[in-house]
Design a protein. Structure first.
Lengths: 303, 237
């Protein structure tokens, strides 16, 4: 019973982080039509910035806030200087087919991932370093018994919940949120309505960048920080997004929690070595049984 | 007034508009008719900035608008309702209308709710379905919504692309009547593209017949309607 509770709680906490990663992917996919493979590279870079600030004597919270901001800035810069020129019809007209044109930004994101990892290696050296957590990572003790959840888990779940509520309110209740949803759903009608789609696209890169930086800050205390630390998180987040539906923010969150549970239960009841296998199995099953995802819409564009 | 001269728009090696010249007079309905593939939609898409012409000029109220972005052109008072009941199905009726006035919400804060209410007066059925997703509407209601989305920006020129497409005659009549009344009462300039030549020429002041990207006739609508030779040669009835 205790193992079950521990698995459940750890699954919720991990699931929350992967929900965030998946949400970041979904926001850029909807807003710009790109699967952003550089996402966790951006998160890694922001986490290094936070780490440097904290090592140099600043408080955890200074590092935390700066990392979220730098995640947003980095995302915007990638859109403005790489993705926007690449989506320019005139510059890509040599590519004959629509699908090739769609592939260019995705390949570019892979290139950006490589550049970010190499840069991090040059600036911060490639060896692993620890990253602090803002709350205790040992389990609570109640009446002498160690409980299966930690204060850090509570912090993770709380901060992800706040992020999800804020992004939902932003998309549903604000004018800019409506403009972003309109751009994501039909760029042509959005432009004809006077929406500055270049701006809304950049904003989706910024929001996604900040969300994935938060994921980076929440993942690294339990895994250490190196240029490649977050590679696996991208794969897991991508699986979560596919399971939930690549074009559905709610689906991304659901998918994140499902994957979190799978990882946690495999870890607790089987061995941690099988986690990777389990994730791939889930990805494969999802693609075979329900390729559009649990909450995805019917006519998803092909990747 | 909208004035177009020698407009050429091509897609790769296909020339869709081959030196088109025409104008749309203020507070009048000008209709562009022609068979499928004549370049009618391309004409409207080039005016609204969705396509870029390779040569030629488009002058709106004395200013050239070639090379501007669609989102800037709508700010100059040109609203385009593209072909095929262009609404966003996943958004509610209300959100679709709001979307059209987002760019006015700072400068004309007081007017935005008034403009929205006018749309609901013009098409009361949209008011009843305010909270419904646009995707659940009938074809006619969707076209009304698409037109409202454009009109709520208070344009001076409305580019209307095949509003009759796939709709029952009675609904077509209702929509065309609404546009006609707007033009006569508020001084809206309308450029109406139609395959349904009879309906369009019946309501328009001026008619332009387009064939294979070229202007074949440019005359008062009544005259064009009466010309049996032209109709037989280019519209096939």
């Amino acid at each position: 019973m205790n193992t079950f509770l521990a698995a459940l709680f750890s699954g919720t906490s991990r699931g929350a982080i992967f929900a965030l990663v998946a949400l970041g992917l979904v926001i850029v996919w909807r807003g710009a039509g790109i699967v952003n493979f550089a996402q966790m590279g951006q998160a890694m870079f922001s986490t290094y910035i936070a780490s440097t600030l904290i090592i140099n004597g600043n408080s955890y919270w200074v590092g935390f806030i700066v990392a979220l901001l730098s995640g947003a800035v980095l995302g915007s810069l990638i859109d403005i200087f790489v993705m926007r020129p690449l989506s320019n019809k005139k510059k890509t007209e040599l590519l004959s087919s629509e699908s090739m044109r769609a592939a260019v930004p995705v390949l570019a994101s892979l290139g950006i991932l490589g550049v970010l990892q190499a840069l991090a290696g040059i600036i911060w050296a490639a060896e692993e370093r620890g990253f602090p957590a803002p709350a205790k990572q040992e389990g609570f003790t109640v009446a002498g018994n160690a409980m299966p959840f930690t204060a850090f888990d509570l912090f993770v779940i709380g901060s992800v919940a706040v992020t999800l509520i804020l992004t939902t309110l932003f998309f549903k209740k604000t004018s800019m949120g409506l403009a972003m949803r309109a751009t994501a759903l039909n760029q042509e009608v959005a432009k004809l309505s006077g929406i500055r789609t270049n701006l809304t696209r950049t904003l989706s890169w910024a929001i996604s960048g900040a969300a994935s930086s938060l994921a980076g800050l929440l993942l690294t205390p339990s895994s250490n920080l190196s240029p490649n630390t977050l590679d696996l998180a991208l794969l897991i987040g991508f699986t979560a997004a596919v399971v939930g539906g690549l074009d559905s923010p709610a689906g991304a969150v659901l998918g994140g929690f499902i994957i979190g549970m799978v990882i946690s239960f495999v870890t607790f009841y089987d061995t941690p070595e099988d986690v990777f296998l389990a994730i791939l199995a889930v990805l494969l099953l999802a693609l075979i049984i329900r390729p559009r995802g649990l909450l995805g819409s019917k006519d998803v564009r092909r990747v | 007034m909208l004035k177009i001269e020698n407009l050429v728009t091509s897609f790769g090696s296909v020339v869709a508009l081959d030196g088109v010249s025409l104008s749309a007079q203020e507070a009048k309905i000008t209709t562009v008719i022609g068979a499928n593939g004549a370049g009618k939609s391309t004409l409207l898409r080039t005016i609204s900035g969705l396509e870029h012409p390779s040569s030629g000029t488009i002058t709106w109220q004395g200013e050239s608008i070639v090379g501007r972005r669609p989102e800037d052109i709508v700010r100059m008072g040109i609203a385009h309702v593209p072909e095929g009941h262009a609404v966003i199905s996943e958004l509610s009726v209300e959100e679709n209308i709001t979307m059209g006035s987002l760019f006015r919400r700072r400068k004309f804060k007081a007017d935005v709710p008034a403009a929205t209410d006018e749309m609901y007066t013009l098409f009361p059925r949209l008011k009843e379905r305010r909270k419904q997703l646009a995707g659940t509407l009938s074809g006619g209601e969707r076209q009304m919504l698409a037109i409202s989305r454009a009109l709520v920006s208070r344009p001076k020129l409305l580019l209307l692309d095949e509003p009759s497409l796939g709709l029952a005659p009675l609904v077509v009549e209702q929509i065309i009547d609404s546009v006609n009344i707007l033009c006569r009462t508020t001084g809206l300039t309308v450029l109406l593209v139609e395959q349904n030549a009879n309906t369009a020429l019946g309501v328009a002041d001026h008619g332009v017949l387009l064939a294979l990207g070229k202007v074949v006739a440019d005359r008062p609508a009544a005259e064009l309607k009466a010309d049996a030779t032209l109709r037989a040669a280019y519209l096939g009835y």
